[in-house]
Design a protein around this ligand. Structure first.
Ligand code: GLC
Ligand code: GLC
Length: 651
């Protein structure tokens, strides 16, 4: 569309660009800027058009993009161009991710390069290295309270080390994922420090108030994230003599995106990391980006506009870089982070599938797939060129944020059912082998979340401790079962450090002053490499788990029906213990894989007639891709052992 107003503004801006920018060869930059300018202008105008300094801020925005482009290496530009050409590249089934803390996996970034053979061995080709930026000792929220967005924390390494990691990964075709913490800074960040010293410019980077009136107004509708340790959403700052908004910990100051300077600073930071060779940026806590009185201050429309604007700007400078939205919110809200009112994703290309994650845990606790089936059936359809990040565990707590109407449709009362899940995973429910801990009970809402490693939550820890071979075996099966689902669902599976070898809870955080009040540390372990060696020893738990994962990953990569092109159909089996879906090749729809998983501790059967009656033809000889053999079948009933899964194809 030709739009005069934005076009003439673009001309003015180009005339005003700094001489050092004009001198560069900016051919691709100008093409992309021209293509995206109307969208960028409209979004920026929507957010900041009412301000007197709109035009100079718009100039500053374009200069930031241009500077980012000038600093982009020829090698990365080549990657951009390749990815523009093959723009669905990340929807392929070839990608399998892992998330890890640098020091939970290696000594530091330098040493991480020595450990890349482990990724190759398992088949991991996308690595999310958790926060590595400079942060205070102690008050760091596991690295999510950043005191310098451009420096790597010296405990982890420096920019040169990261360059080596990035180079090594690129050579091996491994994608590098890093965090950008958009929503807040540490109170030790230079901006916060200057604000404390009274500089108004920087006070305007945050939400600061002289009195309680506005904070009190906000509090009426804002939930609490860490009610046990950091109640409320505002903290009194003695130096400033002001209240400052701190949604997470009291030392994490929320940035004010109502200020265009904040937006431009953060864009500059995004482009800085894009230029360090990062392939995918995980945008932390994006649901919180816009604060509005009278709302929960989550999922606000302007939060989406900010993300769209970041995407459009990044597409001008570094179009090969993808965004992951970390928005752990209700299913109908999560889906919006791909962008709304569009066909193809225009916000973040990837989003955490928190709904699927929580539903899997429901299946583990209840031994049935009733809620899992409801929740997945009602998972809103996503846009094209958008994909899920499917995971079972991560460094955060598990919240049971499913949709209440799905919970009711599955036959439960939502409050009571969530209490059951909390009791189950914290081991307070009689028959439960889980060894989790309750995280942040909110006395007002009664809500709570769960911490614990995958292995401990499914009973492996209890099994080993009690030398209970049956429990050990069933825990192993459950670990494999949930992975068989995240690997086949559609989207990028994201394994969590330690889960491929069954690492159990780490209780050492209790003795560490900087960690003891945050039990998420229970599931942020440090890999013991001597133990990890057991993955090579036949008969060990590590061996069984690691080889199962490795095999599933290898099969996934070969199975084009597992790519993500909205090519999945959830099937009703009439057996509440089974989750069943069909995956098909989007180019050759007759090539299908039937995925079925038994959540029960007893054997169950899948009645093929039921499925066939629903218009799906499953006649013919079946082979399980995982075992390479025929499934146990009598007439039209396929039998699954406790916690067994099949990836069935017909031959
Ligand atoms: C994200 C991180 C979490 C952190 C929070 C605040 O949700 O995953 O670990 O506490 O943001 O930064
Ligand atoms: C972020 C996550 C939420 C988590 C919290 C603390 O808000 O979205 O899931 O509970 O951080 O980890």
């Amino acid at each position: 569309m030709y739009e005069q107003e934005s076009h003439s503004l673009l001309n003015d801006i180009l005339d005003d660009l700094k001489p050092e920018i004009i001198r560069q060869d900016l051919r691709h930059f100008y093409t992309r800027l021209g293509a995206n300018f109307y969208a960028i202008y409209s979004l920026f105008y929507n957010l900041y058009g009412h301000r007197e300094d709109f035009k100079p801020q718009m100039l500053s925005l374009v200069e930031t993009m241009a500077k980012g482009y000038i600093n982009r290496s020829a090698e990365l530009e080549k990657v951009d161009i390749e990815r523009e050409r093959d723009h669905n590249w990340f929807l392929s089934q070839k990608w399998v991710g892992m998330a890890l803390y640098t020091n939970g996996f290696a000594d530091n970034l330098g040493d991480l390069v020595n450990k890349t053979p482990y990724f190759m061995e398992l088949g991991i080709n996308m690595v999310h290295i958790m926060p590595i930026l400079k942060c205070p000792i102690g008050k760091s929220d596991g690295g999510y309270a950043i005191s310098d967005f451009r420096q790597i924390d010296e405990r982890v390494g420096n920019l040169d080390d990261l360059a080596l990691v990035s180079k090594d990964f690129r050579k091996r075709d491994i994608l590098l994922v890093l965090d950008i913490v958009l929503n807040h800074t540490s109170d030790e960040h230079e901006w916060a420090q200057k604000a404390m010293q009274g500089e108004q410019r920087y006070q305007e980077y945050y939400f600061t108030f002289d009195t309680r009136e506005i904070p009190d107004m906000f509090e009426q509708t804002m939930p609490q994230i860490f009610p046990e340790t950091d109640p409320g959403n505002f903290t009194w700052n003695e130096d400033m003599q002001k209240w400052v908004m701190t949604v997470f910990h009291d030392y994490q100051w929320d940035l004010n995106y109502g200020n265009p300077r904040v937006f431009i600073e953060m864009l500059d930071i995004i482009l800085f990391w894009a230029n360090q060779g990062v392939d995918v940026l995980r945008l932390d806590a994006v649901a919180f980006l816009w604060k509005k009185i009278g709302t929960s201050c989550q999922n606000e429309r302007n939060a989406h506009l900010i993300l769209q604007l970041l995407k459009d700007c990044c597409q001008v400078t570094a179009p090969g870089v993808l965004f992951i939205a970390e928005a752990i919110v209700a299913p109908v809200e999560v889906i919006k982070y791909f962008g709304e009112d569009a066909i193809i994703a225009k916000e973040c290309e990837i989003a955490y599938n928190a709904t699927f994650m929580a539903l899997l845990w429901d299946g583990i606790a209840t031994h049935n797939a009733k809620l899992l089936y409801q929740g997945l059936k009602n998972l809103p359809a996503k846009l094209e060129r958008a994909t899920w990040l499917n995971y079972v565990r991560c460094h955060d707590d598990i919240g049971f944020g499913f949709d209440d109407s799905d919970v009711r449709a599955a036959g439960y009362e939502p409050y009571a059912h969530r209490q059951f899940l909390i009791d189950y995973f914290s081991g307070q429910f009689d028959a439960s082998p889980a060894r989790g801990e309750v995280f942040m009970r909110d006395e007002i809402t009664g809500d709570a979340r769960i911490c614990g490693s995958l292995a401990s939550l499914v009973g492996l820890e209890a099994g080993i401790e009690n030398n209970d071979q049956e429990l050990i075996n069933s825990a192993i099966s459950r670990i494999i079962l949930v992975h068989s689902l995240i690997l086949s669902f559609g989207g990028i599976p994201l394994l969590y450090n330690g889960d491929a070898i069954g690492v159990v809870n780490d209780y050492s955080y209790r003795d560490d002053d900087g960690k003891s009040d945050d039990n998420r540390w229970i599931h942020r372990p440090k890999i013991n490499w001597e133990r990890a060696e057991l993955r090579k020893k036949q008969g060990s738990i590590e061996f069984v788990l690691f080889n199962a994962m490795k095999k599933m990953i290898a099969i996934r990569k070969e199975t084009s029906a597992f790519a993500d092109f909205n090519n999945r159909e959830i099937l009703d089996t009439d057996n509440e213990h089974l989750l069943c879906y069909m995956r098909f090749d989007h180019l050759r729809p007759s090539e299908r894989i039937l995925v079925v998983a038994n959540f029960d501790s007893s054997p169950q059967y899948l009645d093929l007639d039921r499925i066939n009656n629903r218009g799906i033809n499953l006649h013919g000889q079946k082979i399980d891709l995982y075992t390479g053999s025929k499934p146990a079948q009598l007439e039209n009933r396929i039998v699954l052992s406790p916690y067994q899964f099949y990836w069935l194809t017909t031959i």
